[in-house]
Write a protein that binds this ligand. Structure first.
Ligand code: C2E
Ligand code: MG
Ligand code: MG
Length: 745
């Protein structure tokens, strides 16, 4: 059955039974009890007892005087009066509680009255049986009888009322009635026992004591009660206070717990943040570490990383490191790529080179970017230098193929040096230097890949010492200019000189230009040296032009290195030299080798046009030794084409092997350029060139390059530079025309 319905049903049954008991009790109420005593009892029960109950501190037990009154009425007026009184008392109690705010459920007041009535009725029945069976007469004056009767009353009342309440509770909570009785009702037995005790005392007083004694007893009880009530109140108050303090403590503890919880949460957030921060720190530390050992552009390992690896290999010892090889790569003329296509494209080329290298090499190899256009590689665990060479050749081949960037084909040229580990290598720089020496060798010999050997090192060291000396050669006055005449092959007229640099080393003596010019170019010293040459030669020619009207149009041809040609400053340097010497620009000719002009043709066109605008003449030197692109050749603003000595040497005594010369001369004519042949040593070479229509010539046949003093003397003497020409046209000429001296002016 639905618990609510069961509850209602249970209440109705109890109400029904209670009503029957009440009606029966009222009907059987003995008439003689009605009097002022019973009326007082009724009024007392109705008005006073509900207000007199005291809650025993911390027990939940109420010491109710109603129990005492009921028990007293039992022994004074019998069970029926007690039933009536209990009904009245319960009603009064409920109303009193209701007035004080207690809320009662449906039928609850009626149920309370009925259950109290029923319990008292059952007690009455049981008590009657008990008295009859036991023969106890509590009115006899025997205290023991009174105690037994009251004790039984208390127990019976306790059981009957508690069982009814336990059932109700059990329906309400769904727990077993026994469990509820044991837990909630058993303790209330004390109420009944105390009530019975009080009833006994009251009965004793009423029956056996006189008025004075009763008054004194009531007075004493009154004081005790009031004191007790006050004490209980105080106890309750202090308990309440303690409880309040405890509650407050608990609240504070709760608050603290909340705070601690909040703190813990905050701490957790802080810890998470700290964890995040330390993760970030770790990440930035890793990034820093990565940055410290990697190149920012290509993301390849950098020099620091490479040096560490090399250090390790040196420390391990030659027994293991002899299987390792170091490659040094340098991109030739990378600066030209930057100058022509811009740094952005230059960067992309470097990145692509890094990627190509990584693709070629094995995982265990190390490739690092160690400079702007320099890379170094450690090849691991190879069986011989041939294997290293094979890999280097492969790299050379792959990196020489052009890069396509933004639709432009970009060529990068390179040199590679290979160095094996050696016991002599004490630090990373040693083996890197050897690989670089091998690279230098590859560059000088145009073979792309060079392998280190110790003779190369000796040469390199000599080169280094020469470079160091060359730095101070200008200021020490060790450099000087020699002048080699340029002769018109048509009429033998002196048209000017090629200025050729000479270095007389204080200890090593004369050092040939082929040896020190490349050093000057590599080190960049060629630029300040050329500035000096320009100043020196321009003022020299300006001076010589003044020697005689016939020398007024003499020109000087100055060699400009490829390194200088990539500098915008060249135009400025030439302008300054012309200005300071006051030389007519057309009296200055600049010689640029074919290979230098073609290395970066676009840039060359730009700078050469700048020079041309100054009014100077331009000559392409050593023509035939480089790889001229015809499409560029006609765009380069050259006035003259200088045929390389190697083609002139080929011409034999009978004029054989002149086909190439012929081709070059006709090419120059088609390009509207004058031709100069250098290295003319024999008359047959001269004759061939004259026959081919070559405009000018230069060579030992006419004169070796001479120091300025000697050349000046020759000028004063108005030397005939091509006597054989005159001999051919007039065999008496040599006899009739001795060298005539120029008047000095
Ligand atoms: P180059 O510009 O082709 O100079 C011509 C070279 O041929 C000179 O050698 C000259 O002495 C040599 N020569 C001329 N006629 C003959 C001949 O009939 N027979 C032989 N065997 N040689 C002849 P030099 O002076 O030793 O210069 C060599 C190279 O050094 C020059 O070749 C040039 O490229 C470079 N050089 C010389 N002086 C300078 C300079 O002032 N600046 C620059 N940048 N380079 C220079
Ligand atoms: Mg030259
Ligand atoms: Mg030359």
């Amino acid at each position: 059955m639905n618990p609510l319905r069961l509850l209602t049903f249970y209440k109705l049954i109890v109400i029904f039974i209670g009503s029957i008991f009440l009606i029966t009790a009222t009907a059987n109420l003995p008439r003689q009890i009605f009097g002022w005593e019973f009326t007082f009892f009724l009024v007392f029960t109705l008005l006073v007892t509900p207000r007199m109950s005291i809650e025993l501190p911390r027990t939940g037990i109420f010491l109710s005087f109603s129990d005492s009154v009921i028990f007293l009425s039992f022994i004074l007026y019998g069970g029926n009066a007690a039933i009536l009184l209990v009904a009245v008392e319960t009603l009064a109690n409920c109303l009193y509680l209701k007035n004080n705010g207690k809320r009662f459920g449906k039928l609850m007041i009626l149920f309370n009255i009925s259950s109290a009535v029923s319990a008292t009725a059952i007690t009455y029945i049981a008590w009657t049986f008990f008295l009859n069976l036991s023969g106890i007469d509590y009115k006899s004056g025997a205290v023991i009888d009174l105690i037994s009767a009251l004790g039984f009353l208390a127990i019976a009342q306790f059981f009957s009322s508690s069982v009814l309440v336990a059932f109700l509770s059990s329906i309400l909570t769904g727990e077993s009635a026994w469990r509820v009785w044991k837990r909630d009702c058993f303790a209330s037995s004390m109420t009944q026992i105390a009530g019975a005790f009080l009833a006994g005392v009251a009965y004793g007083l009423l029956i056996y004591a006189n008025f004075l004694m009763t008054a004194i007893a009531v007075f004493v009880f009154g004081i005790i009660y009031v004191n007790y009530r006050q004490t209980i109140k105080n106890i309750n108050k202090s308990i309440e206070q303690v409880e309040r303090v405890e509650r407050e403590k608990a609240e504070i503890a709760g608050l603290k717990a909340e705070e601690a919880k909040a703190h813990a949460a905050e701490l957790e957030i802080l810890l998470a943040k700290e964890e995040q921060t330390s993760e970030d720190l770790l990440r930035s530390k890793n990034a820093l570490e990565h940055a410290a050992f990697h190149d920012f552009l290509t993301d390849l390992p950098n020099r620091t990383y490479l040096v560490e690896r090399l250090n390790l290999l040196i420390e391990i010892g030659i027994e293991i490191s002899h299987k390792y090889y170091v490659l040094f790569l340098d991109l030739k003329r990378f600066k030209n790529i930057n100058d022509t296509f811009g740094h952005r494209v230059g960067d992309r080329v470097l990145k692509l080179i890094g990627k190509r290298l990584q693709r070629i090499l094995r995982r265990e190899d190390t490739v690092a970017r160690v400079g702007g256009d320099e890379f170094a590689i450690i090849l691991n665990d190879l069986s011989s230098i041939d294997e290293a060479r094979e890999i280097a050749d492969q790299i050379y081949e792959k990196l020489s193929s052009p890069f396509m960037i933004d639709g432009s084909k970009i060529y990068s040229d390179l040199n590679i040096g290979i160095a094996p580990f050696d016991v002599e290598h004490k630090k990373p720089e040693d083996i890197l230097r050897d690989a670089d020496i091998a690279r230098h060798h590859a560059k000088e010999t145009f073979c792309g890949v060079g392998v280190f050997d110790k003779t190369l090192r000796a040469l390199y060291l000599e080169k280094l010492s020469l470079e160091a000396d060359l730095r101070f050669a200008v200021e020490r006055g060790e450099l000087s200019m020699h002048y080699q005449p340029l002769i018109s092959l048509k009429d033998g007229e002196l048209v000017g000189f090629e200025a050729l640099l000479r270095w007389r080393h204080p200890e090593k003596g004369f050092i040939p230009p082929v040896k020190f010019i490349p050093i000057a170019e590599d080190s960049g010293l060629i630029i300040p040296i050329t500035k000096w040459i320009l100043r020196e030669t321009c003022s020299q020619i300006a001076e010589w032009q003044k020697l005689s009207p016939m020398y007024r149009r003499l020109l000087v041809s100055v060699n400009i290195s490829g390194r200088h040609l990539t500098e915008e400053d060249l135009v400025k340097d030439v302008r300054q030299a012309l200005k300071s010497s006051d030389l007519t620009p057309s009296s200055l000719k600049l010689e640029i080798t074919e290979s230098a002009a073609m290395a970066n043709a676009e840039l060359s066109i730009k700078i050469l046009n700048g020079l041309k605008n100054l009014g100077v003449q331009l000559s392409i030197d050593d023509f035939g030794t480089g790889y001229s692109s015809l499409s560029y050749l006609h765009r380069l603003p050259f006035d003259t084409l200088k045929i390389d000595r190697s083609f002139v040497i080929e011409v034999g005594e009978q004029g054989e092997n002149s086909e190439i010369l012929q081709t070059i001369v006709s090419l120059a004519k088609n390009l509207k350029m004058r031709t100069i042949a250098e290295g003319i040593e024999t008359e047959s070479q001269l004759a061939v060139l004259q026959n081919l229509g070559c405009d000018y010539g230069q060579g030992y046949l006419m004169s070796k390059p001479l120091p300025k003093e000697e050349m000046e003397q020759a000028l004063y003497q108005n030397r005939d530079w091509l006597p054989m020409l005159k001999m051919e046209s007039d065999p008496t000429a040599s006899e009739n025309s001795p060298e005539k001296s120029l008047p000095v002016f």
